[in-house]
Write a protein that binds this ligand. Structure first.
Ligand code: AMP
Ligand code: MG
Length: 415
């Protein structure tokens, strides 16, 4: 798992494809009740078990007619048809409709085969059993045709698709009580460092709160994974070894933050080398240079940089897409858009920058973007204030005010 370009830094695209090549889905299919399946990846294609709609039906409350009976009807020459029955949603009309006759029909009610069009109730006048029409409908007006939405046997959603709040009702409309999905990925999360304290505790001199574990847990809860929180492990060789072995045994994925820099004094790197096959990469991205990826005994390992911004950026840009594949999700490329940069942005060629930025729309409807200011990898407030990454290409230098840049609006994981 060595590197790469002239300066020995690995481009992000190469890191992503190395990881994609190294992993496959590790989650077995399970059946879940439809209402519990939100956010899971489909374990097989869903084929429609029926036509939708299952029968021709009315799109309006009105009157079911044969169009040819109303040929020539207009305001000067109204035509009347005799009302012979009614078709309600769930209570179809069972009789015949002869020439010169019509039926009352409600929205969603079965269209009997003896009528072909529906005239809205607002367009007629009623005189006892005589329905008076002042215009000719178009053939098939206000009729929803059988299977016009979905056909029996048609593939509705593909294997690997993440079930959204829009998909669940779709599957309900097909009558599916259960769906086959891949079980949730089990992810163990741990932080290491003698300087780290848990939230709620009092800081002594030189100590800081462990925020990376919260980044990881918050982001992953949106990815529908099962999180195993291993807490903070002190910089102690035996404790680190013991925690990593336990995490490997229980989880599909182990994520740590900190302790993976070159020349790092932390034991985590040493222990990882002993118990797994881990590549310690220097990435051509900013922030987030040191990153570790590989395999422990039975799990996949991600070692994020310790700096909180770097940890979140590498988690989002590198670990999440790889975990998505491990969990059986078919991943889609992130949406990137061109925007006008409204400020000068300092940038040296050689690394892809993920500047924390805010995108808005100006008075002319033009998409504009500015950075959140200080981009230090320890300045986590920049992450919280931002709503997108300004992605500055590896070879790009400074960005002048008014230049076009690519932005990547955050997806639902970041909200
Ligand atoms: P390291 O890679 O362990 O040398 O850490 C780099 C920087 O990130 C140091 O300033 C650490 O204190 C900080 N850091 C490491 N882990 C965490 C964490 N879990 N939460 C917040 N900051 C951290
Ligand atoms: Mg450390």
């Amino acid at each position: 798992m060595g590197c790469c370009d002239t300066k020995g830094l690995m481009p992000i695209e190469q890191a992503l494809s190395k990881m994609q090549e190294a992993v496959t889905n590790v989650c077995q299919p399970i059946n879940l009740p439809l209402a519990d399946a939100l956010g899971y990846a489909l374990a097989s294609d869903v084929l429609s078990p029926l036509n939708v709609p299952p029968f021709n039906n009315s799109a309006m409350d009105g009157y079911g007619v044969k169009r040819e009976d109303l040929e020539g009807a207009d305001k000067q020459n109204p035509l009347s048809l005799t009302l012979v029955g009614q078709s309600f949603a769930g209570a179809p009309y069972q009789g015949n409709v002869a020439t010169g006759e019509c039926i009352r029909i409600m929205t969603g009610a079965v269209m009997p085969s003896c009528v072909d069009s529906v005239v809205m109730q607002e367009r007629i006048t009623l005189n006892d059993d005589q329905v008076i029409f002042t215009q000719v409908p178009k053939l098939g007006d206000n009729v929803r045709l059988v299977a016009e939405d979905l056909q029996l046997g048609q593939c509705v959603l593909k294997k690997g698709h993440k079930l959204s709040a829009r998909d669940i009702p779709l599957l309900a409309s097909l009558g599916l009580a259960e769906v086959s999905v891949f079980r949730a990925l089990k992810v163990a999360v741990l932080s290491s460092g003698d300087e780290l304290k848990n939230v709620g505790e009092t800081l002594l001199e030189g100590e800081i709160y462990d925020s990376n574990r919260y980044s990881i847990i918050a982001l992953l809860s949106r990815l529908n994974v099962e999180i195993l929180d291993f807490g903070i492990i002190r910089d102690d060789r035996t404790l680190i070894r013991e925690a990593l072995l336990r995490a490997d045994e229980q989880a599909d994925v182990v994520i740590t933050s900190g302790g993976v820099s070159v020349g790092d004094a932390d034991f985590i790197k040493e222990v990882l080398t002993e118990i797994g096959t881990i590549g310690f990469w220097k990435l051509a991205i900013k922030p987030g240079k040191p990153f570790a990826f590989g395999k422990l005994g039975s799990s996949v390992f991600f070692g994020l940089p310790g700096n909180p911004v770097s940890a979140m950026v590498t988690l989002y840009q590198l670990a999440v897409p790889t975990m998505a594949t491990l969990a059986g999700f078919k991943i889609k490329p992130a949406l990137r858009l061109k925007a006008k940069c409204t400020t000068f942005v300092k940038k040296s060629p050689g690394r892809t920058d993920f500047q924390r930025a805010i995108h808005t729309v100006d008075d002319n409807g033009q998409l504009i973007v500015q950075t959140t200011g200080s981009q230090g990898s320890g300045v986590f407030s920049s992450m919280s204030q931002s709503n997108c990454f300004m992605v500055l290409e590896e070879q790009r230098g400074d960005v002048l005010e008014g230049e076009t840049v690519m932005i990547e609006p955050y997806n639902a994981l970041m909200d």
